[in-house]
Design a binder for this molecule. Structure first.
Ligand code: ADP
Ligand code: MG
Ligand code: MG
Length: 865
């Protein structure tokens, strides 16, 4: 016959999957000789069986036997309170294999009947305590098992206190609590859900309610969001009660073996005297810091401290544990790996490795690579900050403080005066780049975590809050309004890019710490990394920043940003307007001079390392002023505006993303391609003459057919014959290019997967518009995650694998990289690490990419060498 119930002593060697996290921790603590109240565990298999068949054969016989065992271990008696033994009360606790809020709450003090209350009063000599235990049981059971609202019990308690003219529960007498409890009983009866006075019926009701809570909507939603399998089931812990509310020498508390905010080694926690577990959570009374125990119970403090050390040695990780003290005796009720901030995670991992508690490899694997960028910037001190006045999405971590500005021009004015600014926009477009660059922070009213503002802010390493829906921005009027507050240019704002909170004025910040620790962790990680890590960088500043973070070159240098700068736009516009070859030639040669200088500066910053330049990608009309502005100027008689308006009309597209851009534009306006490539080749030539070692590479965007590559390559070869060849590659960012990779590969030296466009085209969605439905899609479980943020393994990943395989087969010397936003996202990097030669990430994400690639290497068994 199957077995479903295990005493702590019988459960040794069983897994977390069988015992649930809570049961597993209790068994381990018991085994380590720590004081744990006697308990038995019903396995997750019992839950699965119950949910499938509505009952579990043999379960109740087993439970009866285990309760008898608890009676033996405690010398107390479960049931109707006959005999002289004090009543055995138990807690019924849920515990899934993975930590999962949303499951059933714990029920305490279970096993009391009316006779039992009397027996408990006699056994403890404390009738008030006995009635208090009973009224707590009724309220908890009434809520959790019988489905009454918690407020109903709260209201009755408050009403009683008001009638007695007292403020706290502690001032109520035994008689008061008896009256309250009897009132609860009558209420539940009248409601048609009578409380079972038979303790065995209570136990059965509670256990089955825990089983059923696996299926409640909160728990289901949580599992869907975090990808937890539906068929795990929950275990149930039935444990003898110990009482923290038996007087001043009793109490209950929570401890951490290291500080979960900073990672600092040493006991940290809170304690509440004369209280039962749920009082801490209910927040009725404020707990005191654990160190206070040193004043009045130093022996107890030392005991907890020793236990904390033992727990860490046993579990080899920072532990978060719960305990209760009954009349001076300490009992442990729970332990688990503690949640921690990114900063604490790094410190704990490095220090534990240095203490010899874990290996360096384990330390490397324990830190969440996606959290690294936030470590290097100051953050809002959340404990001392006031309530935020506005909430948006946390797009780029770190705190920013500055004067509100609404335009590039204002950002420049503040920068010129050396004043920090926060750029506030309805949303951002490529035209806002100057302001975004100069600002200390970026705030937008619209757009999601992959909006232009978010992507660019992360690239620049500027803290940002986006999609603050309550915000209305009027850039022309130089003001914004939110929650009834008007913000004008110059007003001070603080953003928390890690939480999405926006504050008026200045709030306390904490400086970035732990750079040295992070450097150490990365030094341990690096030898296991096989995947190359480059950066997406468009400026010399970005390039040197990325290099400082350890980038091994540039995987994507976008050239269009260079066209936006103030003194160049007029030439770009002349290029667009050119009616004759001479006019085009004049515009191109002006732009040539600018581009050559840009390329020289970037190649200089990346001297000795590869720099992959992507030729012009966006459609030309992006370089024209906004439609409305042109129209107004044209109507006012401006002739240039009139001409531009006509061109804009001609260039206008329904669907620019799928329009006249990338290689299509470069092939039909080859002058642009020649100008850009010649600028790059001459830049390199001049640097070589200076004795430097420039390593330019060039690639064409948006290819869909081998013919396009062939034609572009032929154009490039004309220049290679003059200047000497450089690596020539293509982006793979249309599904068709991925499918025809075998035909394209022989024509190029490298592929670079543009996973932003590849994702958009594979899914048929645009990042700019997806904000309207993607978040809901994820919430509803239609997509497991947002594919614009994290690489979709099944679809986009399949295209990628196919292109790599067929590409390499057709051209064994082909190099393969990735340069989308995914290139700096840890799970995506892990996915492509075994497939590609390099990934390319925005400068601040280079650290994430390095760590994630090393973690992937460790898992693949790349040995340090
Ligand atoms: P959660 O999953 O919410 O942490 P627990 O099952 O740990 O719920 O129970 C919450 C609290 O109830 C515990 O921290 C402890 O204070 C109290 N508690 C649970 N079981 C017992 C027990 N056997 N004796 C005394 N207190 C208990
Ligand atoms: Mg707990
Ligand atoms: Mg693209």
């Amino acid at each position: 016959m199957d077995r479903f119930a295990y005493l702590l002593t019988e459960a040794q060697g069983l897994s977390r999957e069988v015992l649930g996290g809570k049961g597993f921790g209790l068994v381990a603590m018991h085994r380590a000789g720590l004081p744990v109240p006697p308990a038995f565990i019903l396995s997750t298999a019992a839950c699965r069986r119950f949910l499938q068949e509505g009952e579990v054969p043999g379960l109740w016989e087993e439970v009866e036997a285990k309760v008898a065992a608890l009676e033996g271990l405690t010398g107390k008696r479960f049931g109707q309170g006959e005999g002289g033994a004090p009543p055995l009360l138990v807690s019924v606790r849920s515990g899934a294999p993975v930590s999962m809020p949303g499951m059933m709450d714990t029920i305490l003090n279970l096993g009391l009947s009316l006779e039992g209350v009397g027996a408990l009063a006699r056994a403890t000599g404390n009738p008030r305590f006995a009635w208090d235990a009973f009224r707590r049981l009724l309220a908890m059971y009434g809520e959790v098992v019988l489905g009454e609202r918690a407020e109903v019990f709260e209201e009755r308690l408050s009403a009683l206190k008001a009638r007695r003219g007292v403020r706290t529960d502690a001032e109520l007498s035994a008689e008061d609590l008896e009256e309250l409890a009897l009132g609860y009983l009558r209420h539940l009866e009248a409601r048609g859900t009578p409380f079972p006075l038979d303790p065995w019926a209570q136990l059965r009701g509670a256990v089955e309610a825990v089983f059923r809570s696996w299926q409640n909507p909160r728990a289901r939603t949580y599992r869907r969001i975090y990808g937890i399998p539906e068929d795990l089931g929950t275990a149930v812990v039935v444990q003898a009660m110990v009482f923290g509310n038996l007087g001043e020498d009793s109490g209950t508390g929570v401890g951490f073996t290291r500080n979960p905010a900073t990672g600092e080694k040493g006991l940290y926690g809170e304690y509440l005297r004369n209280a039962q577990g749920e009082d801490v959570v209910a927040g009725v009374r404020t707990p005191e810091p654990l160190e206070r125990l040193l004043d009045y119970a130093p022996g107890l403090y030392r005991e907890i401290e020793a236990i904390a050390q033992l727990l860490e040695r046993h579990f080899r990780d920072m532990q978060d544990f719960e305990f209760t003290v009954e009349r001076g005796r300490l009992y442990l009720l729970q332990t688990r790996s503690g949640k921690r901030t990114a900063q604490a995670a790094v410190r704990i991992a490095v220090e534990m490795a240095e203490e010899g508690l874990i290996t360096r490899e384990e330390a490397v694997l324990r830190v969440e690579a996606n959290a690294l960028p936030g470590l290097l910037r100051p953050a809002v001190d959340r404990e001392r900050a006031p309530k935020p006045f506005l909430q948006g999405l946390p797009a780029s971590p770190g705190a920013a403080f500055g004067h509100a500005v609404f335009s590039n021009e204002a950002a420049e004015r503040y920068a010129a005066q050396g004043l920090p600014a926060v750029l506030v926009r309805p949303e951002t477009t490529p035209e806002d780049i100057t302001g975004m660059y100069l600002a200390k922070g970026i705030l937008t009213a619209r757009g999601g975590l992959t909006s232009h503002a978010a992507v660019v802010a992360r690239g620049l390493g500027v803290p940002a809050v986006v999609g603050a829906e309550a915000l209305r921005v009027y850039p022309e009027e130089g003001r914004a309004v939110a929650e009834g507050v008007e913000i004008r240019e110059g007003d001070l704002l603080t953003l928390d890019g890690g939480t999405g909170a926006v504050y008026l004025g200045a709030v306390p910040l904490v400086e970035a710490q732990g750079e040295a620790l992070l450097a150490k962790l990365l030094a341990w990680a690096e030898p296991h990394r096989r995947l190359g890590v480059r950066a997406n960088a468009d400026t010399p500043l970005d390039a040197s920043r990325a290099r400082a973070f350890g980038a091994e070159g540039i995987g994507l240098c976008r050239t269009e940003h260079m066209f936006f700068a103030e003194e160049r736009l007029p030439w770009v516009r002349r290029l667009i307007l050119a009616a004759t070859e001479e006019e085009e030639e004049a515009a191109l040669s002006a732009l040539f001079a600018f581009q050559k200088e840009d390329f020289k500066a970037i190649l200089r910053a990346m001297d000795g390392l590869p720099v992959t330049v992507r030729l012009l990608d966006p459609p030309l009309h992006e370089f024209l002023p906004p439609w409305e502005e042109l129209k107004a100027k044209a109507e006012a008689g401006d002739e240039e505006a009139q001409a531009l308006l006509e061109r804009a009309q001609a260039l206008r597209e329904q669907n620019p993303m799928l329009g006249f851009r990338g290689v299509r534009l470069l092939l039909l306006r080859p002058g642009i391609l020649r100008m850009q490539l010649r600028a790059l080749l001459e830049a390199a030539q001049e640097l070589r003459q200076e004795g430097l070692d420039p390593r330019p590479e060039v690639m064409v965007p948006l290819v869909a057919d081998p013919k396009e590559v062939e034609r572009a390559r032929a154009l490039a070869e004309e220049l290679f014959r003059v200047y000497g060849p450089i690596p020539f590659g293509t982006m793979i960012e249309t599904p068709r290019a991925a499918l025809l990779a075998g035909e394209i590969a022989p024509l190029v030296d490298f592929f670079s997967f543009g996973t932003n466009d590849l994702t958009q085209m594979a899914f048929g969605l645009s990042r700019d518009d997806a904000g309207k439905f993607l978040p809901r899609y994820v919430e509803e479980g239609l997509f497991p995650f947002d594919p614009t943020e994290r690489l979709d393994e099944k679809g986009v990943g399949r295209l990628l694998r196919l292109a790599v395989e067929e590409g390499r087969r057709a051209n064994p010397r082909l190099k393969v990289g990735l340069c989308g936003e995914h290139g700096g996202e840890a799970r995506s990097v892990a996915l492509v690490a075994p497939l590609l030669d390099y990934t390319s990430a925005s400068p601040y994400r280079v650290l994430t990419a390095r760590l994630a690639a090393a973690q992937a290497g460790l898992k693949e068994g790349v040995a340090a060498g």
